[in-house]
Design a protein around this ligand. Sequence first.
Ligand code: AMP
Length: 370
Amino acid sequence: MGIPRERVLEWLAAYDPDEITIGVVASHSSLQILHGARQEGFKTLGIAVGDNRRRLYSAFPGAQPDEWLMLEDYRELLTQAEWLRQRNVIIIPHGSLVEYLGAENFRNLELPSFGNRDILKWESNRESQRQWLELGGCTMPAVVNDPHDIDGPVIVKYAGAKGGRGYFIARDYRDFRRNVNLEEEFTIQEYVIGCRYYMHFFFDPIASDGYQVRGIGNNTGKKLGRLELLSMDRRDESNVDEFYKLGSLRDLREMNLEPSFVVTGNQPVVIRESLLPKAFELAEGTVAASYELEDEAFGMIGPFCLEAIVTDQLEFKVFEISARIVAGSNPFVGGSPYSDLNEYRMSTGRRIARSIRNSLNKGCLDELIS
Ligand code: AMP
């Protein structure tokens, strides 16, 4: 379903541009979102369930919201939308908001939301992600449709698994049978050997300077906006990242141990400079393709992350896209080796607030909101 565009425009028309409040569920990447919103001079509102969360924020005064909305359950947010609109709130979506509310509830949340909510539906399903990324020119790991065909390392991923929970590696059908949970929907992907890079890009459709992206297909040649690389991380995944210390995969299996991929943290990285042109080419294609996916001329807006493995042939295999801020950008509250080359101390959270500020100055806030 989703919210009709006219409704969003009506809400925004009633907002006081001098009183815009940045609202966020206090989790995931909200410390940098709140901190960045403050740096750009916005009022801030935190949304939380349980006093522990509010107390935690007192440990980080630079990110403490001006006001809290305390709920019994995150789904209550759906009934608080009018109260939030009266406070001129723009909500910033992140992985936890979508998880807590459910993708469909989030699409129907009656509150102006930063970015394009419709793009999240392309991200939410592995098949549609593949369609999007391949249209954008990304090479993805091969998919094995029939588990009997496994003849080399593959990774088995469950639909909607959060933080890699339950994923496992299989070398053949026997491995697969031993570990698989057939109750869950799964995908079998070629296990790509190489180094992982989680590249945090930002697409600003209202900026007319910098690295400009042009449309493809129906939008051929149309100037779509400015692409930036803000930062890059590598996830810490427990326990696969430390597994090698215990011996070979065979030794580990003898001990009845299997690697797991549960995200526990993030580390800053940079990629070798000669790979940057390719990284930009992939991100540019992804943005251009996003404007082809739907009939409307509204595609990727704001932060997105391409998750890739670079092989020893220096090829990128993109295994996932997140069409919103990722928690991997959290190490960069004070800037990154990439964003510092545009402006010092520009986190992704602050970049979101900056784009809202710029749109208010230009009178085109609606171009960033859905
Ligand atoms: P995902 O849920 O797709 O982000 O995957 C979670 C983790 O699994 C990644 O961060 C990687 O460590 C690993 N992974 C995912 N896909 C692949 C792949 N095709 N080859 C190797 N490792 C992968």
